[in-house]
Design a protein around this ligand. Sequence first.
Ligand code: BGC
Length: 511
Amino acid sequence: MQWWRDAVFYQVYVPSFTDSDGDGLGDLQGVRGRLGYLELLGVDALWLSPIYPSPMVDNGYDIIDHRAVDPVWGDLDAVDELVADAHAHGIRVTVDLVPNHTSDRHPWFCAALASPPGSPERARYHFRPGSGEDGEEPPNGWRSVFGGSAWTREPSSEESPGEWYLHLFSPAQPDLNWTNLEVWADLDKTLRFWLDRGVDGFRIDAAHGMCKQLDGAPASPDDDPRFDQDDVHDVHRMIRATLDHYPERVAIGAIGVRSAARFSRYVRGDELHLAVDTRLAASRFDADEVRAAIEDCLESVGSVGAAASWLLSDHDLSRPASRYGAGIVGRARARAMALVQLALPGAAYVYNGDELGLPDADLPDAARRDAVWHHGEDSRDGCRVPQPWEEDLPAYGFTTGEPWLPIPDEYAALNAAAQLEDTGSTLSLYRRALELRRLHPAFTTPAAQDPPLEWFGAPPGCLAFRRTGTTLVCALNTSSTPVALPPGDPLLVSGPLDDGMLPPDTAVWLA
Ligand code: BGC
């Protein structure tokens, strides 16, 4: 059963979901305590942000041990309990997997620093002598995604000027060398470790990374030698081969590549089950841009018979309720885009807090924690602020302690408890949308169809599509005037209709 083809994955950003022990950081028991909420919301699966031992330079994406749990989140028993309880609630659990890099405090990296150039310990990473007269310049001009050079010189004594190591993200995240067989064997061990514990799959971080073209010329002028190199597909085939020993498990890659054609290579039959990127999230609130993103995504999966994946936001992106505009307008547009996202054929990802319509938090600089902020880039903290559960509790029910990021006052009114009671709330909209998606005959998933969507003619600034082989029609109005509804009975509207017309900043489902 390919349950993941149209599943709704809910991203739990563990630090900010619910804290069970008062240390101000969310944890696994906190997630477990909210399974009733998640079942009510109607999601099919969770994606948990990294829970592994980490110095938290990049909020857990810098890992010391891929087969253990950091005590701030709980322990392995807590994972087992969460997985068992989630399954009892009909919810599957996928976990983040970070194969591109480790922490600089991983035992392998510590051993590398303690070993001489050319040693097998160093061969698990990318160490190189520097360029320039005394090796004082980085080996090449590669940039880190987080800003600055992708190379850091190892700390060393004056007599032995050190080598440089590669890190495509922060210096605390040295890149593994995927030409080294030990690295492969270790990932296989990690996959089996979690699969044996019953997790339902992995969200694979930077899944277009891993293999690099460090020596030699780029394959073409638009080739980025740091990412999306041909060899990475062998890594995905290995991951898939391991998963295929376990029924109904899923590998989802977070991919950033330059074209639909390059994207499709990741979801070929023997590679990832699903791949997700930011094409839909990157389009502005503009019908033509949204349509172009949808068509591009469908093209990239359609050519290889894979299911599409739709993501509006995650822990790296500005929240839709802020990204599409300020205040009420932003929230209305975020609600409209949620209906577009959830009408599309394929899997969908909902980032925790978006179901409450949370805006980005405007944090004082002193409160910011994100590694990229310290590299002079825009901080991602604004979308990572803890979730408000109940208005009258300290920290709105997130923690009994001091939340790791301050929760803005404007989150109080957006708390989950109040929204559950309010039929007009964003939470109620999500619940209803997920319920219809699951139960309404208009959503019947037809056998694989080509193309999966039929576009209808729509007024300027609007789009309308029907899922092929079903009766579900979705229309979106990004223009500034109300427009007539397409034919059909309205099932769900993201905001009030205007005299039977679809107003600006609104989407509708019809059957
Ligand atoms: C994650 C980021 C992280 C980066 C490095 C991305 O795919 O989503 O949060 O900083 O990888 O691990």
